[in-house]
Design a protein around this ligand. Structure first.
Ligand code: 3NM
Length: 220
């Protein structure tokens, strides 16, 4: 059974982290009055293939209800769905993955709870990246690449230098994050970026489809 999980996982990873693309993250506060469900629909319409649910200020029940709806939307549209922090919600809505930070439960424990789920871990330096690989993370977040106002009290990183190091030394998929915008994404790509996670740049765009189209044009 374990082997089946591992096979499924490597299939999912290959399918959803295969080449240069955008990783969308929800954040209602920054969404210009639109709710998470609307934004998820717009991201899907714009062709985003990975969506993460990340809400720090809602109750467990609210988060669960939203994730349940977004799980159905993403499943129907062949979009990969990742839940931030809440392993219980990720399991109960049958998300594809769970994303955790350095302050969350150890990855080994999360893997025991959710053996068939893709597990991503935020990392901010080389040691954390090496440790994440050793402990079995399926992918890592790499950041913050630039200054960001979206996440407070964030651990510092060497930004583009750290990303470049990851691109040359880490064998699992990685996602660049932190202050990435249409205006600087090419620089991120030039320093080894392949998958680009953005919160404010996408959810605060008036026209998300147009924003995604413009970013993809720059990346191509
Ligand atoms: N994690 P924006 S940076 C959630 O470096 C998060 O691990 C980061 O938001 C990390 O795209 C970040 O608006 C915030 O800058 C990203």
């Amino acid at each position: 059974r374990f082997k089946t999980y591992e096979l499924e996982k490597s299939f999912l990873i290959k399918k959803f982290f295969p080449h240069t693309d955008i990783y969308g993250i929800l954040c209602e506060n920054l969404s210009l009055g639109r709710n998470n469900i609307q934004i998820a629909k717009e991201m899907i319409k714009a062709g985003i293939k990975i969506i993460q649910y990340r809400e720090k200020h809602k109750s467990k029940l609210e988060k669960y209800k939203e994730c349940k709806i977004i799980r159905t939307l993403t499943k129907n549209n062949d979009v990969f769905f990742i839940v931030n922090d809440d392993v219980d919600i990720a399991l109960s809505v049958k998300a594809d993955g769970i994303h955790i930070g350095q302050e969350d439960m150890p990855i080994k424990e999360v893997k025991k709870l959710a053996p068939n789920m893709i597990i991503g871990l935020s990392t901010h330096n080389e040691n954390q990246a090496k440790k994440a690989v050793k402990n079995g993370a399926d992918y890592i977040g790499v950041g913050p690449i630039f200054k960001t106002n979206t996440k407070k009290n964030i651990e510092k990183s060497e930004g583009l230098n750290y990303l470049k190091w990851v691109s040359e030394n880490i064998s699992i998929p990685y996602v660049a994050i932190g202050g990435i915008k249409e205006s600087n994404i090419l620089e991120v790509k030039k320093n080894g970026g392949r998958c680009f996670a953005m919160i404010s740049e996408i959810v605060s765009a008036k026209n998300i489809a147009e924003k995604v189209k413009n970013i993809r044009k720059i990346l191509s």
